[in-house]
Design a protein around this ligand. Structure first.
Ligand code: DX5
Ligand code: ZN
Length: 226
């Protein structure tokens, strides 16, 4: 299994967004996590297509777009046009879930499905074979800088088992409150794509990215040696 760091730009200083993304890129992050919020599915509003289009110029890294928006099916084409490489939609926000995942894949992107802390893992059963990544939210979606919800650890483990028992090695992403101190918990539970907002963009971005990247590389190595 490959382990990937996806720094969330929601925690960046937007007055120097390009520069901060370049730092995370140069320090080795493979993905850039882009949180889009609509003020309806979640209480807050972040940013949308024009921002994504602008930052597309500063990095070639994988744009991991997390849509915290109601009826994301309305905007798939637009997010592809502005430079998304992968699009993650919420199970709770999208009625035509299968169709939307199929559309994302048909366009050549990686398709992701996310569930909020209150949604049980078995809600993903109908789309288990239709996603390239599942995102287990480890805080209530809507804001950066929240504390990791311990109750989500078991859900990561449960989903990894659900996938494994069907012979699937799909990526599991975790997002919200991941720190240097709890990283091992989500890795051991079965997550392999790690979103870090505050833990990377608050403080020295280069040092923080290198730190997490090294930890992920070491964990990957320890898994291959097993
Ligand atoms: C929360 C967002 C997260 C958030 C993570 O709704 O989806 O991506 O930015 O930030 P931290 O790592 O600070 O919790
Ligand atoms: Zn996110």
């Amino acid at each position: 299994m490959h382990y990937i760091l996806s720094p969330s730009i929601l925690a960046a200083d937007f007055s120097k967004l390009g520069e901060e993304i370049e730092k995370a890129d140069m320090a080795g992050a493979e993905y850039i996590h882009i949180d889009v919020m609509d003020g309806i599915f979640v209480p807050s509003i972040s940013f949308g297509m024009p921002v994504i289009q602008s930052i597309r110029k500063v990095t070639q890294k994988f744009f991991d777009v997390h849509l915290m928006i109601q009826e994301p099916e309305r905007y798939i084409e637009e997010f592809i046009a502005c430079g998304a490489d992968g699009i993650t939609i919420h199970q709770e926000a999208c009625k035509p879930l299968r169709k939307t995942l199929e559309l994302i894949r048909a366009k050549g992107l990686r398709a992701g499905v996310s569930i909020s802390p209150k949604t049980p893992a078995d809600q993903l059963l109908p789309v288990l074979d239709l996603a390239d990544m599942f995102l287990i939210m480890t805080v209530e979606p809507g804001f950066g800088g929240q504390k990791y919800m311990d109750s989500c650890t078991e859900k990561i483990r449960e989903l990894r088992e659900m996938l494994g028992s069907r012979g699937l090695h799909t990526d599991i992403q975790v997002d919200g409150g991941i720190t240097r101190d709890n990283l091992h918990i989500v890795l051991e539970a079965g997550a392999n794509v790690i979103v870090t907002g505050s833990s990377v963009f608050r403080g020295d971005i280069t040092d923080n990215t290198v730190y997490f990247q090294k930890r992920l590389e070491a964990f990957e190595q320890s898994q291959t040696n097993r």
